[in-house]
Write a protein that binds this ligand. Structure first.
Ligand code: FAD
Length: 498
């Protein structure tokens, strides 16, 4: 047989085995699932086609960047959702590099990394050397006025308190109170660690959100000792600086904003990509094959389905074919949050902060949760001489602000900016983004719930995304990659619905 005939036989047998995967949701989870499906099936010589169905009229889900022109030669780069990704978890950085975006990466301005905490209405610097909640440098911590002398002593007791030995989950509040005391919870852990998840510290699962802290406790009998040891280890293993390697900061973005990742990714996907296509139902036909029905009444047959929509939507879609999974998915709570970006001339900020921004503890009872100074955190976010601020509102701290109409919200936010930063002037422009039912909550025993969901999934049905094992962009991308690997393994073992 000639090579050409062999090739055509191979093609015939491949098309007979062609599988079709439907991916529901065109946020970063759905798009990266498509990317890894395309790459991994190619690498493994599997003949798999895919369709990505996105309800809205744009790709990216919570990733959305707006460029606002008209003030200078360069635009303001306004982020509506994520403004950066953590590089210690490599999912997002690796994806950017795979897409050839290495030279577009943009690190935070780490020489300005200071974060402030609102303390009795005034911004106070977080002490240098504080790694989330754990002080690793003695002097700046001792001299900080954020924590009272008694509160500091209580934090120091971490060195002596025996570790929790069982594997049971607990809330972030229980964990921090146990090891470091109430003040550390109120002034540091709650605004920073619950803030990241828009969560409530007395519901938030430590194992699902900060498992590293429990590991440090168990391995080193103390968070402070554990952090100091892991810092030393990191320093001794750090690669020598090389002039050829781009500097990788702890948090990175892209020069054009996080949406550059989405736009580039969409441009590289070769499957069937459909915007404005909301999935209404998932059923099985008489042969047991999955049938995806869109709101417009289109019908798509699928050998496998990857759901990346929010959990409550996945719950609705799976009601008919997987009622137990559906019921469990519907117990994942969500909260709504919003951001408002405002631009000013630099001189309008009468009491500027020299850092990335400010977090607001719940105990301060303010209508805002945090302020990021986007134009300090990153270059290329505002033209020279201008400042771009981003204020976070909503969530469990200030849920009432979500229902304020735009003028009312702007009024409240401007009052806050007047009080905290001394800004009297009108913003040059502002942009409000509301994210309704957008932030999944990882309550205590979240990981057990996810394991139970995964154990009950019917063959050929996969669920992934921010509701499961991490909310950050790197988590979502990593989970999609893992989901695709598992799916392909099953396809290869022909375990998927025939
Ligand atoms: C304000 C804000 C700031 C954030 N900041 C950061 C940050 O700085 N760094 C970071 O790493 N992460 C951050 N995050 C978290 C991160 O952005 C999200 O967790 C992540 O983008 C979620 O991606 P996803 O694809 O899982 O979900 P989504 O982006 O929600 O995508 C799901 C998609 O499914 C679609 N969909 C829903 N129903 C259907 C249906 N029936 N049929 C078809 N499609 C459907 C939706 O339209 C949506 O596009 C932030 C989130 C918010 C809201």
């Amino acid at each position: 047989m000639t090579a050409a005939v062999l090739e055509s036989n191979k093609a015939d047998s491949r098309s007979a085995l062609r599988r079709h995967v439907v991916i529901i949701g065109g946020g970063i989870s759905g798009l990266s699932a498509a990317w890894y499906l395309q790459r991994q099936s190619d690498n493994q010589g599997l003949d798999i086609g895919y369709t990505v169905l996105e309800a809205s009229d744009r790709w990216g889900g919570k990733i959305l960047t707006e460029h606002v022109d008209g003030f200078s030669d360069t635009p303001f780069v306004v982020e509506a959702g994520p403004d950066s990704f953590l590089t210690q978890k490599p999912g997002a950085l690796r994806l950017a590099q795979e897409l050839g975006l290495g030279d577009r990466l943009l690190g935070t301005n780490d020489q300005m990394r200071t974060v402030y905490v609102l303390h009795r209405g005034k911004p106070v610097k977080l002490p240098d050397g504080l790694l989330l909640i754990v002080p690793t440098k003695f002097k700046p911590f001792v001299f900080s006025r954020l924590i009272s002398p008694l509160g500091k002593l209580r934090m120091g007791l971490d060195l002596f308190i025996p570790p929790k030995r069982d594997e049971q989950d607990e809330t972030l509040a229980e964990f921090v109170r146990r090891r470091l005391g109430n003040e550390a919870l109120d002034k540091i852990a709650e605004p920073l660690m619950s803030g990241i998840y828009n969560a409530e510290a007395d519901k938030q699962s430590i194992l699902a959100t900060f498992p590293r802290f429990r590991q440090l406790e168990q391995q080193h009998r103390s968070l402070i000792r554990g952090m100091v040891a892991s810092r030393r280890q990191q320093a001794s293993h750090a690669a020598p600086p090389s002039s050829n390697m781009p500097k990788i900061a702890m948090f990175m973005s892209l020069q054009g904003g996080t949406q550059e990742l989405v736009d580039t990714l969409v441009g590289r996907l070769e499957g069937d990509l459909r915007l404005g296509t909301k999935v209404a139902r998932i059923q099985r036909d008489a042969d047991g094959q999955y049938v995806v029905v869109t709101q417009q009444g289109e019908i798509l047959k699928a050998d496998a389905i990857v759901l990346t929509s929010p959990a409550y939507i996945a719950a609705n879609l799976l009601q008919e074919i997987a009622p137990t999974v559906s019921e469990k998915l519907s117990t994942i709570r969500y909260v709504s949050t919003g951001t408002i970006s405002l631009a000013f001339k630099a001189e309008a900020i009468k009491r500027p902060l020299h850092g990335f921004g400010l977090v607001v503890p719940k105990s301060e009872r303010r209508p805002i949760n945090a302020i990021t100074i986007s134009s300090i955190k990153f270059d290329h976010r505002a033209p020279e001489g201008y400042v771009l601020l981003r204020v976070f509102f909503g969530g469990s701290r200030s849920p009432e602000t979500m229902s304020f109409h735009d003028d009312q919200l702007l009024g409240v936010i401007r009052q806050e900016l007047r009080n905290i930063l001394g800004i009297e002037s009108d913003p040059l422009f502002h942009r409000i983004y509301r994210w309704h039912q957008a932030n999944p909550q990882y309550d205590v025993d979240h990981l057990k719930l996810i394991e139970a969901i995964e154990a009950k999934l019917p063959q050929g049905i996969m669920v992934t995304g921010s509701a499961f094992r991490g909310v950050g962009m790197p988590d979502c991308i990593y989970q999609s990659q893992q989901t695709v690997s598992k799916l392909l393994e099953k396809i290869q073992q022909s375990e998927v619905v025939e």
